[in-house]
Design a protein around this ligand. Structure first.
Ligand code: FAD
Length: 306
């Protein structure tokens, strides 16, 4: 069976991947988008800070519109995960979860970051209805409310301190804090109530979060819980083809302003490139990556036909 060769394959069907697909497809290149809307961070979001769009927009509706838009411009999509990528002299080969294969002259990594889950009862059911994985995104919805943050590391402490600017009462549930002295000092001199040597056993509520049950069986009434266990980038695939990561944390893909990585023909955009985790940034980077990847693939074709 022959493997179809695309000009550009985009891994990721969130806002960065969608915008990249729109711009690459409009440059008359053959584009394939891999991934699922429901695995995008945007799927559970209620967005009210995206320029030129008024009111609160449901993330899943924005994604549905985006998918229609990119397909209208000729991009193809396959709801499949990529398991493996290999690189030859002038193309990239992708092994998909169904066992099928595709290839491309240029590739855009737009896989976002997968937020670590607590994996406790109530978490999944109440995601987007009081359970959040993003303080920067959702703090504004908790003005005057009581919230809890769970986590042991700097993401959790920083999140709890940020929330003090919005919520009336902030709890931090932590087994044992592993943070710098500076951050610990800031925490201790703040009004955040630390529930130390404890963890969340379940998230309570019917239609929205009403409380959390702790490991010591204490119940705390809260309107929201922020799960800040650090983020894990979908980087394994990128490193399979030799893409360089940021040298400080090795959590993000390094790019320049053209969204180029260190490997010719490989681009990256969106959350996978680093914070702030915002749709506006993902879309902007996706636009640049889409145009650059299309130009790269076209140039390659021209060289081959000479
Ligand atoms: C609860 C919540 C609320 C938010 N609220 C806001 C907000 O109000 N405003 C705002 O601007 N931003 C908000 N955000 C952030 C915003 O959703 C992200 O910044 C944005 O979705 C990042 O886009 P992305 O395309 O980089 O990644 P994502 O949207 O996360 O998309 C990642 C894509 O990669 C795919 N993928 C991953 N691995 C593979 C693989 N191996 N093979 C194939 N596909 C793969 C997934 O299927 C998915 O389609 C929120 C996020 C959350 C979680």
């Amino acid at each position: 069976m022959t493997t179809k060769l695309y000009d550009v394959v985009i891994i990721g069907a969130g806002p960065a991947g969608i915008q990249a697909a729109i711009h690459a497809a409009r440059k008359k290149t053959d584009v394939l988008v891999l991934g699922r809307a429901e695995n995008s961070a945007l799927y559970w979001a209620h967005v009210e800070n995206y320029a030129c769009v008024e009111g609160i927009q449901e993330g899943k509706d924005l994604l549905a519109t985006g998918h229609k838009q990119m397909e209208k411009f000729g991009a193809r999509k396959m709801e499949e995960d990529v398991l493996k990528i290999t690189r030859t002299e002038d193309s990239f080969h992708f092994e998909l979860e169904s066992g099928s294969h595709v290839a491309a002259n240029a590739v855009i990594f737009a896989m976002g970051v997968s937020k670590k889950k607590l994996s406790v009862p109530g978490e999944k059911e109440l995601a987007g209805r009081g359970v959040s994985y993003c303080v920067d995104c959702d703090a504004n919805f908790y003005r005057g409310a009581t919230v809890a943050v769970v986590g042991d590391r700097s993401a959790a402490v920083d999140g709890a301190l940020t929330l003090l600017g919005y919520a009336d009462k902030v709890y931090l549930v932590a087994k044992q804090l592993h943070v710098s002295k500076e951050l610990l000092d800031r925490l201790e001199s703040s009004s955040v109530e630390v529930l130390a040597k404890n963890w969340v056993k379940s998230v309570e509520g019917e239609n929205s979060v009403t409380g959390i049950l702790l490991e010591n069986d204490e119940k705390i009434a809260v309107d929201g819980i922020f799960i800040e266990l650090g983020s894990k980038g979908a980087l394994e695939l990128a490193t399979q083809v030799g893409v360089e990561l940021d040298t400080e944390q090795f959590k993000y893909i390094n790019t320049n302003r053209k969204q180029e990585t260190n490997i010719p023909g490989v681009y990256a955009a969106g959350d996978i490139v680093g914070p702030p985790y915002q749709m506006a940034k993902a879309v902007g980077e996706g636009c640049v990556a889409g145009m650059e990847a299309a130009a790269f693939a076209k140039k390659l074709k021209k060289q081959e036909s000479v």
